[in-house]
Design a protein around this ligand. Structure first.
Ligand SMILES: [Zn+2]
Ligand SMILES: [Zn+2]
Length: 441
């Protein structure tokens, strides 16, 4: 999955002021003078640009918007002012990737998730150009009841020239329940409630064997283990966690119930949850780029002092990362061949709830393709057997005339024994003895 940040600021957009740019250049020039930087040398020029804090750029001033692309599916999280930039990008038909997505010609479709409806998370929506192209369609997901209403209200005639019902694209709202699991293409998406005035929701996206969590606008009022357990579980093993780091720790103690947290609290929670990358996000509009770099350095120092290994990233407009992990040995594979009216399937990997849907579909397809009703399952490569796997085998047994299980590893056979289902199955040492048994019937 490809994750990209279009807006990382909290509360209100905070563009760089002319003074800020002046200050950045002055700092860099002063540093250049002190370090004998030769502007004729390319490397020196790069060093000078890097000196403009945040690798020559800025964290940006737009409020929250993040995209995650999984295969052909585009997921958008929040519609702060950053979504206007996303819209401009999607309307630029010169870019090959954009052409494929099709928004500029009214052929685009995306899934838009709302964490909550505070201004900084919705204010960009009316300026999201693809909404105004007929033919585009959006599935909009939310947990709070009032989301459709609030989006319409921010386009009331008294505050905006265009009414919400004049939007040209097709919008379909889906209200999710707290904790509801959603499947979009290959991506699994779940949500969890965060402590924030009026509540906010975090989203966890799993795809490509990787996990990304968007958890903005959250306060961790009590840091006792019992109170953070829910979050540590939800963020567990994430490859990347987008974390509300608006405040310093000091502020988060002083500004109780304001609904925000800090980078060091993020480091603790990420460490406990075995998170790989911590993205500091929802920056205070008043926090400068230099201060953000200091927060990053302080957080890295703290992480090191705790003996943890977490990469710290300052959430920044234009930040982009491909999250993908190689398929683990525990993944499930099926190979197939057919001969003389019998389908031979070889299963390998972990045969549990993550695998059964694929197994059922594969079996149904093979039976149909080969027009047979005898199946021999070679289980030699099955590393683990779980109850979901046994349930799928029991169902397979009723779907065909003859089902034989062969080459069962000892641990797999033992699990079938423990589930007291051995008598449900015809179990043979190998394919040859299964075939003999089939022929003698
Ligand atoms: Zn916010
Ligand atoms: Zn908020």
């Amino acid at each position: 999955m490809l994750l990209k940040i279009w807006g990382a600021r909290g509360s209100i957009p905070a563009p760089l002021k002319p003074d800020d740019i002046h200050q950045k250049i002055m700092t860099a020039l002063q540093w250049a003078g002190e370090h004998n930087i030769d502007l004729a040398v390319a490397l020196d020029k790069q060093r000078l640009i890097d000196k403009l804090s945040l690798s020559g750029g800025t964290a940006g001033g737009n409020t929250t918007c993040i995209t995650i692309e999984c295969g052909d599916d585009l997921l958008i999280f929040d519609a702060g002012s950053g979504i206007r930039e996303l819209g401009s990008y999607l309307m630029n038909g010169r870019n090959e990737h954009v052409r494929k997505l099709g928004f500029y010609r009214g052929k685009g479709h995306a899934h838009l998730f709302f964490t909550h409806t505070h201004w900084d998370h919705i204010q960009g929506l009316p300026f999201f150009a693809p909404l105004h192209v007929p033919g585009n369609s959006f599935d909009i997901y939310h947990i709070h009841d009032h989301v459709p209403d609030t989006l319409a209200k921010q386009m009331d005639a008294t505050v905006f020239p265009l009414r919400f019902d004049q939007i040209q694209a097709e919008l379909t709202f889906h209200q999710l329940k707290e904790g509801q699991l959603l499947k979009i293409g290959e991506a699994m998406i779940s949500n969890a409630e965060l402590k924030h005035p009026g509540k906010a929701y975090a989203y966890r996206v799993e795809a490509d064997n990787a996990i990304a969590v968007v958890a903005t606008d959250a306060e961790y009022k009590s840091l006792d283990n019992t109170d953070t357990l829910k979050y540590r579980n939800f963020y567990g093993n994430a490859d990347l966690l987008i974390f509300d780091a608006m405040f310093s720790v000091r502020e988060s103690f002083v500004k109780q119930d304001w609904g925000h947290s800090s980078a060091l609290i993020g480091a603790d929670i990420a460490g406990e949850a075995n998170v790989k990358r911590l993205v500091l996000f929802h920056h205070d509009p008043a926090t400068t780029d230099t201060e953000l770099m200091q927060i990053k350095q302080g957080t890295e120092e703290y992480i090191q002092s705790q003996g943890l290994n977490i990469e710290v990233i300052v959430g920044q407009e234009g930040f982009e990362i491909e999250l993908k992990n190689p398929t683990a040995m525990t993944d499930f594979h099926i190979t197939e061949w057919a001969k003389n009216g019998i389908v031979f399937l070889t299963l390998s990997g972990k045969f549990g709830g993550q695998a059964t849907e694929r197994f059922r579909k594969h079996l149904a397809r093979s039976l149909q393709t080969h027009q047979v009703n005898k199946v021999i399952l070679n289980m030699d490569g099955v590393s683990d057997m779980q109850m979901a796997g046994i349930q799928a085998l029991v169902d397979a047994r009723s779907a065909v005339m003859s089902l034989a299980l062969v080459k069962l590893p000892e641990n797999v056979y033992r699990v079938i024994e423990l589930s007291a289902t051995t008598d449900f199955f015809a179990i043979y040492e190998d394919e040859k003895s299964a075939l003999t048994a089939f022929n003698s019937h």
